[in-house]
Design a protein around this ligand. Structure first.
Ligand SMILES: Nc1ncnc2c1ncn2[C@@H]1O[C@H](COP(=O)(O)OP(=O)(O)OP(=O)(O)O)[C@@H](O)[C@H]1O
Length: 336
């Protein structure tokens, strides 16, 4: 379990983390989301005592990091890939870590096997690909068989096989009853991996809730219908006191109604339906909707930089947010 209690970090004028309190529970994967500059890395660094909080505290299974005699046995972290002495072999890198934390040599071979690096264990880490470097970082995190695991952007730059592997690894670690806390900017990946979400924006806690609840609360859900007798369906719906909006594509969208109820209503009027589909926004849309106000950097080339998940009730749907062409490039400070 990780407990954050009023956790605050100020760098000069900049309040990077602003009084965050929450508990990251064991047995599930908790995703840590926030726009660029939200304070995720700073929060994770404070969890590992790499940065001192200005106020508040973090406890890992009830203790401060500083109180841990062999930290790797309590918490494992992947903060930065390739934080490795490049001249050392994978084996020696892990052996040094093991020896400084009272971990037996045999465990080094176990974790090398877990991450699939046994065959290159004696090779120098500087020749490793990005994916191999990530696997070595994960081996280091697992070395002490810790109950708490932190992963900062673990799938960055990995190929689909590597992403799949890390996803399953995190799920398995959580299924073993460990606390797994993972940050990522890849929403589709997070949607597949995390059960619970902690979302921050400009250093403040915006949400601490289950994945399903987060999407439901931060997006519009509606039912889409298509019928060859479009006008008659519209009349039937209106007659039943149901507001339906015709989209540009010729479908009808209805908010706040159960799909089964709408299907039965159409059947009672002998209306053929070609589509009757409940629609729910993606995690990405829900995230962008929640954090639109707290995005620190906006791309000035992107007109959709304040995104909408869908049209407001009674309005035709807004187009889904376009992939952010300027994400990571061409940024400027908001308001500058
Ligand atoms: N050492 C530092 N000195 C001054 N300001 C800092 C320092 N580290 C972080 N900041 C500022 O604190 C804020 C939070 O940064 P942080 O790196 O924690 O955000 P993040 O959510 O991890 O961002 P990203 O998703 O871009 O990695 C940012 O405005 C950043 O510029």
């Amino acid at each position: 379990m990780i407990e954050l209690d009023g956790l605050t970090k100020r760098y000069g004028d900049k309040l990077a983390v602003d009084g965050i309190s929450c508990t990251v529970r064991p047995g599930i994967v908790t995703g840590f989301l926030g726009p660029n500059g939200a304070g995720k890395s700073t929060t994770m660094r404070m969890m590992l005592d790499l940065d001192r909080p200005t106020a508040g505290e973090v406890r890992l299974d009830g203790r401060h990091y500083r109180q841990l005699r062999d930290p790797l046995r309590v918490v494992g972290a992947l903060l930065e890939a390739k934080a490795v002495h490049g001249g050392r072999s994978a084996y020696h890198h892990l052996l040094c870590l093991a020896q400084s934390n009272g971990i037996p040599r045999s465990r080094v071979w176990e974790v090398l096997d877990t991450v699939g690096l046994t065959s290159v264990a004696r090779k120098r880490a500087k020749g490793f690909s990005l994916g191999m470097g990530q696997r070595l970082g994960i081996a280091a995190a697992l070395l002490g068989d810790p109950q708490v695991l932190l992963f900062d952007e673990p799938v960055n730059g990995l190929d689909p096989e590597g992403i799949h592997w890390i996803r399953n690894l995190m799920k398995n670690l959580a299924a073993q009853g460990r606390t797994v806390f993972v940050s990522s900017h890849l929403m589709s990946e997070m949607a597949l991996t995390a059960d619970h979400l902690v979302v921050i924006g400009q250093g403040r806690l915006l949400a601490d809730t289950s994945m399903a609840d987060f999407i439901a609360r931060n997006s519009r859900s509606y039912v889409r219908l298509r019928a060859p007798e479009h006008e008659r369906l519209l009349d039937v719906l209106t007659g039943a006191g149901i507001t339906a909006v015709t989209t540009a594509g010729g479908a009808l969208e209805v908010d706040g109604q159960d799909a089964a109820h709408l299907g039965e209503l159409a059947a009672r009027h002998q209306l053929v339906l070609h589509e009757l589909s409940p629609q729910q926004a993606s995690l990405e849309e829900a995230f962008m909707r929640l954090t639109a106000e707290s995005v620190e950097y906006h791309a000035h080339t992107d007109p959709l930089s304040v995104p909408q998940a869908a049209g407001a009730p009674g309005q035709p749907s807004a187009p889904p947010p376009a992939p952010r062409a300027g994400w990571g490039a061409d940024w400027r400070k908001k308001g500058s």
